[in-house]
Every structure is written in C-alpha cells, then in structure tokens.
Design a protein around this ligand. Structure first.
Ligand code: 13P
Length: 249
C-alpha cells in the first residue's frame, strides 16, 4: 500500500466564511505547480457549493466533513452523502474523532456512513486514532485494529477508500508522534487490511493526520506506509496547505 500517489486533504472543521474563498483561489493557483500530489478541501457544508464554483476545472478535490447514513428523511440538521455528491463533492470524512467524541459516533455508525458514501459515489475518508490514555496503556495497535474492523465496511474491498490515522492527542496540539510511532501504526494497518481484504487492500490510501504543518510535513509524509495527510489548522491558509503538498512531491 505504499506506492500510491499521495493525497493531502484539508479538513477545515467549523472554520470558514465566504471570505475564505480567497484562500481556495490561491490554492487553485498554487496547486498547478505541484504535480504528482492529489489535493482535496473539506470545507464546512455551508461552503461546499461556493468552493466547488471556485475550484472550477482545477484538479483539487472537494469533500464534506460528515454525512448521515440515510439518503434523505426527517433528520434535522443532517446532510446525506447524496446531497454532498449533488453539491459537487467527491469525498466525505467519516468517523473523525471530534464526531466520535462529540456526537457519540460508534464504529457501527461510522461504517454505515462510509457505506452511504459508497452508495452516493463518494470516497470516504475513514478516521481512526487512539487517545493518549490508550497509547500510555500500550493499547494503540489493538484500538486501531478494532476501529478498522468496526468502521471499514466490507465494500471497501472493491471501492476507492481512504483511511486516516489521527492520534487524538496529536490533533490541534502541536504534538506529533515520532516517525517510528507513525510507521508502526501504518504497518499494522497495512497488515490488518491485507489480512481482511487481501490484494484489494493495496488500493486503500493511508493518511496521517494530527498537527501536520509545513515544518514537519516532509518528515511525516516520507514515513513508510504514509500515503498523504489529513490536515486541520494548517489547511486554512493556502500558503501552508501548498507547502505541505509540496513536501509530498
Ligand atoms: P490539526 O492538523 O489541526 O491537528 O487537525 C488534524 C485533524 O483533525 C484533521 O482531521
């Protein structure tokens, strides 16, 4: 699973007003000179349409940050995968730790959302990651294996899928795992997915996320088994996001 074109996806979380579209414009301009790396922006739902318009014919992808498992219905405030696809998205993040923690999303819920993404023709970016307590107790690999088993649907075998390893303690903290720790988890994910999906697992891209910045991107993006990054804070400014992308090239 290592010989992939890298993907750098920006998760804007609950950030971004219309004024942020100027950053998208700068990303489109800058991305043209960074060949060989796939880029995607996951803005808040209110900006998906507007970002789509800014992207125009750019190769930069567009994603949502969450979706409901159902196609439509009485789910006030929710957005379906079909709605995201209709608005021009090609990706959707599911199971981010902020949703697992803040919205009580279980592995089963995350798997249902990932299945909804496939149904709508979207590529799910399925997030997994351990807490600091779990790491300190030596449970990291077991936690990740359990999350992969519960959150990655069987259809992943024949669909395009992205998985992001985001240690919770590295998100928004400026702390990052060592390259050895990232390599250990990514290698374990490769083994877990290979034993479940066989050769089909080779198609799954494995991103690292958690405090990826221009300063550490080159080191993190060249760890064995890392196929790109899921970037939070540093994806809000075009200059930082593009420097991270350039570090993958
Ligand atoms: P930061 O890059 O801000 O640490 O966020 C990582 C993240 O949660 C991306 O989904």
């Amino acid at each position: 699973m290592t010989a992939h074109r890298k993907l750098v996806a920006g998760n804007w979380k609950m950030n971004g007003l219309q004024a942020a579209l100027s950053e998208v414009r700068a990303m489109v301009e800058g991305a043209a000179s960074i060949p060989g790396v796939d880029l995607a922006i996951c803005p808040p739902a209110t900006l998906v349409n507007a970002v789509k318009a800014e992207l125009g014919s750019s190769a930069i992808g567009l994603g949502g940050q969450d979706c409901h498992a159902e196609k439509s219905g009485a789910y006030t405030g929710d957005i379906s995968a079909e709605m995201l696809a209709d608005a021009g998205a090609g990706y959707v993040i599911v199971g981010h730790s902020e949703r697992r923690a803040g919205h009580a999303e279980t592995d089963a819920v995350v798997a249902a959302k990932a299945s909804a993404a496939y149904r709508a023709g979207l590529i799910p970016i399925i997030c997994v990651g351990e807490s600091l307590e779990q790491r300190d107790r030596g449970e990291t690999l077991a936690v990740i294996a359990a999350q992969l088993a519960g959150s990655v649907p069987d259809q992943a075998a024949d669909r395009t899928t992205v998985i992001a390893y985001e240690p919770i303690w590295a998100i928004g903290t400026g702390r990052t795992p060592t390259t050895a720790q990232v390599a250990e988890v990514h290698q374990a994910m490769v083994e877990t997915l290979s034993s479940r999906f066989g050769g089909a697992a080779k198609g799954i891209r494995l991103l690292y996320g958690g405090s990826v910045k221009p300063e550490n991107a080159h080191e993190l993006m060249h760890v064995e088994g890392v196929d790109g990054a899921l970037v939070g804070g540093a994806s809000l400014m075009a200059a930082d996001f593009l420097r991270i992308a350039a570090a993958c090239a």
